[in-house]
Design a protein around this ligand. Structure first.
Ligand code: 6PG
Length: 470
């Protein structure tokens, strides 16, 4: 009896995916670099299940039915290459390798080529939803060889979370399309998390609200049009009390956010392809600044600023904060989707944006009620350049932009940093400006570097000897 599916890497994500696949009626072969973990798994969580342990890669490959379908769940970067180096030579033509980690898309392109040269199929696949999602239904974003996807489509559809528009897994195109979509998903994730953190800071430092009171606000918002997983867990985090001290745990956590790189890669790629993703970028920089804890503590003694207390009516502020958060969250999706649109043109992925919205509807970290109207807008106009141009987002901008301005003005006035909200506002203000001051920038470039400029009153490319004229 050979296994239908194989998983390499038995950290919690890997284990949970194995159990999820097995639960759907498949036999799964497993391998881990250290044998102890495999033993522990088969004697524990995997006991009495259709799970075949292998203690060498040869044994593992031998345990799989052909064409073999192997999912690698190891840390992104060198560990993936280390596995592939040993695995590729053992596989046979037509076998499929799936990298389920958060690999950089350039690495995926390279590995896919190598697989291709060996006659193997390869899928770079983003899997979102954390440990819980892996076990109960993740969101799966695949890309690479389409024939490879067809081999595992049934398994993926069975293990994926089910959203309002079907199983949350999809094939996004050739090459590194799947990992690119997952990377941008994480960029959006960073921007929404930063927006929520800013709202928390405004309520906490600006209004002096307690974690329980703030939890009530997030609970209310979660039931509204922007509701989603990140709002839901924020409420739960704010309500959680540390068993040791009885204090709200969130207030005992050091304020330095870490990152594994996907938000940064998303921003790097946005810069490379020239797509505006400022809110995602600001969220990455906010984490970077948060990490400078010692410097910040020292600077707080040196650099003065206004009192954070906002001194406004709490009810009114919270009502208007909703509008600010809502527009900032829309901006995060708008920028991420725009990046996917531009990336597909630049990199030839053939991405379907409405499909990305569908696959993000359940299982993943950025799942949200907003994805229903987002998908609808993208189905109506697959080339939509900016979400804010479509309903209901156009009306939301009209209704709430005053709130976003008011909230960010107050934040400025009281020295509370809100980079995600600020950037969301200036992104839309710049996008809707028929004329920006870039004419002056062109004049400056031409002045010091003879970089030339174009005119609005006649065709052509011009250069002025500015010193002579001046
Ligand atoms: C997901 C998450 C997942 C992981 C990120 C966290 O979709 O399930 O995005 O991939 O939690 O790697 O990223 P940072 O460590 O960079 O915050």
């Amino acid at each position: 009896m050979k296994a239908d599916f194989g998983v390499i890497g038995l950290a919690v994500m890997g284990q949970n995916l194995v159990l999820n696949v097995e639960d759907k009626g498949y036999t799964v072969a497993v391998f881990n670099r250290t044998a102890e973990r495999t033993k522990e798994f088969v004697e524990g969580r995997a006991k009495d299940k259709r799970i075949i342990p292998a203690y060498t890669l040869e044994e593992f490959v031998d345990a799989l039915a052909r064409p073999r379908k192997v999912l690698i769940m190891v840390k992104a970067g060198a560990p993936v290459d280390a596995v592939l180096e040993k695995l590729f030579p053992l596989l046979e033509r037509g076998d499929l390798v799936i990298d389920g980690g958060n690999s950089h898309y350039a690495d995926t392109e390279r590995r896919l080529k190598e697989a291709e040269e060996r006659g193997l199929l390869y899928l770079g696949t983003g899997i979102s939803g954390g440990e819980y999602g892996a076990l109960h239904g993740p969101s799966i974003m695949a890309g690479g060889h389409r024939e490879g996807y067809e081999l595992v489509q049934e398994i993926f559809e069975r293990i994926a979370a089910v959203g309002p528009e079907g199983p949350c897994c999809g094939y996004f195109g050739q090459g590194s399309a799947g990992h690119y979509v997952k990377m941008v998903h994480n960029g959006i994730e960073y921007a929404i998390m930063e927006t929520i953190a800013e709202a928390y800071d405004l309520m906490k430092r600006g209004l002096g609200m307690s974690p329980d009171e703030m939890a009530g606000v997030f609970s209310d918002w979660n039931g509204r049009e922007l509701g989603g997983y990140l709002f839901e867990i924020t409420e739960r985090i704010l309500r959680y009390r540390d068993p040791e001290t009885g204090e709200p745990l969130v207030e005992l956590i050091l304020d330095t956010a870490k990152q594994k790189g996907t938000g940064k890669w998303s921003t790097q790629s946005a810069l490379d392809i020239g797509t505006p993703a400022p809110t995602i970028a600001m969220a990455v920089f906010a984490r970077i600044i948060s990490a400078l804890k010692d410097e910040r503590v020292a600077a707080s003694e040196v650099l003065s600023g206004p009192e954070p207390t906002l001194g406004v009516d709490r009810g009114e502020f919270i009502r208007r904060l909703f509008g600010a958060v809502y527009l900032s969250v829309i901006a995060a999706y708008a920028q991420g989707l725009r990046q996917l649109r531009d990336a597909t043109a630049e990199r030839g992925y053939g991405l379907d944006l409405a499909e990305a919205a569908r696959v993000w509807m359940a299982g993943c970290i950025i799942r949200s009620a907003l994805l229903v109207p987002i998908r609808k807008a993208l189905l109506e106009d697959p080339a939509l350049p900016c979400l804010f141009l479509a309903e209901p987002f156009k009306s939301a901008w009209g209704e709430y932009n005053g709130d976003l301005r008011w909230v960010t003005c107050l934040a400025r006035e009281h020295g509370i940093p809100t980079p995600a909200m600020d950037s969301a506002l200036t992104f839309v203000d710049a996008y809707r400006a028929a004329r920006l001051p870039a004419n002056l920038i062109q004049a400056q470039r031409d002045f010091f570097g003879a970089h030339t400029y174009q005119r609005i009153d006649k065709e052509g490319t011009f250069h002025t000897d500015w010193e002579a004229v001046a």
